[in-house]
Write a protein that binds this ligand. Structure first.
Ligand SMILES: [Zn+2]
Length: 426
């Protein structure tokens, strides 16, 4: 369980502003260090921080530095969750989702989002890619702005704003035709409308364009998870072309055969969920550097609830997902860490995904690199984030134990530094 919000608030007040860039020198005395560059732990290392950056990884603290004793801890680079929804509070069933869009104003949802942003940081996620607001407009861009301006605590954010899907494909659905209901996405049909929406979203602060490429999943007799693709290939290509032309990237929700294939063909930058990916598409992804963001934990989390609601396919998907994940590891595809937090309650620690990745076949070190170095690469920030080395931003967390022996200790982050500023300590 996370610490209560009140306690978190006090710790933030005690340890200074939410903005990075304190000018004094801080030395973190780490009992162990996983620097994200290799598979092993280094023992008794001091990480020296000057301002918002790491200055040195040394054997001793420099004279005059403020020493933080983490000698019983393992230090790691700040965690990165590349698939979150801070504007959502969990949506196991359609009713959960509809209630949030119908009964909560975007303003109220934004207030909740500020709490989720703080939670993410306290869990140790110093950076997140938030993949759409689910009907809350451009609120994510404002939360990001408030964090960057030091108004509220939260992780570094890349945001997707409203996301795109076609008519008839995305909730809210099933209401009488005469009743106007909100939708969780911006609905576009045709290549021109899609291009216009990409331009609109980028002009209002979207760092990423998010598309929903498939829906309506079923398991074929041969065990393949199939779907209804939403966009035509022509539409998807227009979206990717327009986003790339404006130097922005595209994340594609694609859970099954056709959605993944069309996304890969259109040249998206990341496949989200990817419960089933054909071998041929994995090959193309590896060759083109398209990232795979598997979001394993959320699938298990929602499966029983969705099965009870009449969609047992969500239970079958778990085994299919594991098989895909293991094939993806062999194929050499870059696997980034993403959780879909918000798809489950933010009171549940998204770091559970580390254990899910290990259960599906990664070593703890591979899972940790997915959650740091590989995810930094997906964000286009590998020069400043993802490993602990001189010159990088001082985003550092610590856990009370050895994550290589038991990766679930990542759910117990008790020290968090973002950009050289301590926001939580043991
Ligand atoms: Zn999602």
């Amino acid at each position: 369980m996370p610490r209560p919000v009140l306690v978190v608030g006090i710790s933030v007040l005690l340890f200074g502003p939410y903005v990075s860039g304190q000018s004094k020198t801080i030395a973190l005395r780490c009992g162990s260090l996983f620097d994200g560059r290799g598979d092993s732990l280094r023992k008794n290392v001091v990480v020296v921080i000057d301002g918002e950056k790491i200055k040195d990884v040394a054997a001793a603290a420099p004279a005059g530095a403020e020493v933080v004793d983490l000698s019983h801890e393992t230090c790691l680079a700040g965690l990165i969750d590349t698939h979150t929804h801070i504007l959502l509070q969990g949506d196991i069933t359609a009713a959960d989702y509809d209630a949030q869009l119908l009964k909560q104003s975007p303003e109220y949802r934004t207030i909740l989002a500020t709490v989720n942003a703080r939670r993410a940081l306290e869990y140790g996620f110093t950076s997140i890619r938030d993949l759409e607001t689910e009907g809350a407009g451009y609120a994510d861009a404002d939360v990001k702005k408030a964090i960057n301006n030091g108004i509220i605590p939260g992780p570094r954010m890349q945001v997707a704003t409203r996301a795109l899907d076609v008519t008839g494909a995305y909730p809210l659905q099933g209401y009488a035709p005469a009743v106007t209901v909100p939708h969780g996405v911006q609905i576009v049909d045709g290549a021109d409308q899609a291009r216009q929406a990409v331009r609109e979203q980028i002009s209002h602060g979207a760092d990423w364009i998010k598309v929903y490429s498939d829906r309506s999943y079923y398991v074929r007799e041969d065990g393949v998870l199939a779907d209804i693709p939403t966009f035509t290939l022509d539409e998807l290509r227009a979206i990717v072309d327009e986003a790339h032309r404006e130097r922005h990237k595209v994340a594609s929700h694609a859970m099954a055969l056709n959605g993944v294939h069309n996304s890969v063909e259109a040249g998206v930058d990341s496949i989200e969920h990817g419960n089933y990916i054909a071998d041929e598409d994995l090959k193309t992804m590896a060759a083109r550097g398209i990232f795979y963001v598997p979001t394993i934990f959320v699938g298990e989390y929602v499966a029983q609830g969705r099965a009870a609601e009449g969609a047992p396919v969500w239970v079958k998907m778990i085994q299919i997902h594991e098989d895909t994940f293991r094939r993806a590891m062999k194929s050499g595809v870059k696997i980034a860490f993403g959780t879909d937090a918000g798809g489950f309650d933010w009171k549940v620690n998204p770091a559970k995904e580390f254990s899910s990745m290990v259960k599906f076949g990664m070593t703890p070190a591979q899972a940790l690199r997915a959650g740091t170095a590989t995810s930094a690469e997906l964000l286009g920030m590998k020069d400043s984030l993802g490993t602990i080395e001189a010159g990088k931003l001082a985003d550092i967390v610590a856990v009370p134990g050895d994550p290589l022996a038991d990766v679930s200790v990542m759910e117990k982050v008790d020290f968090v530094m973002k950009g050289g500023a301590v926001v939580k300590r043991p």
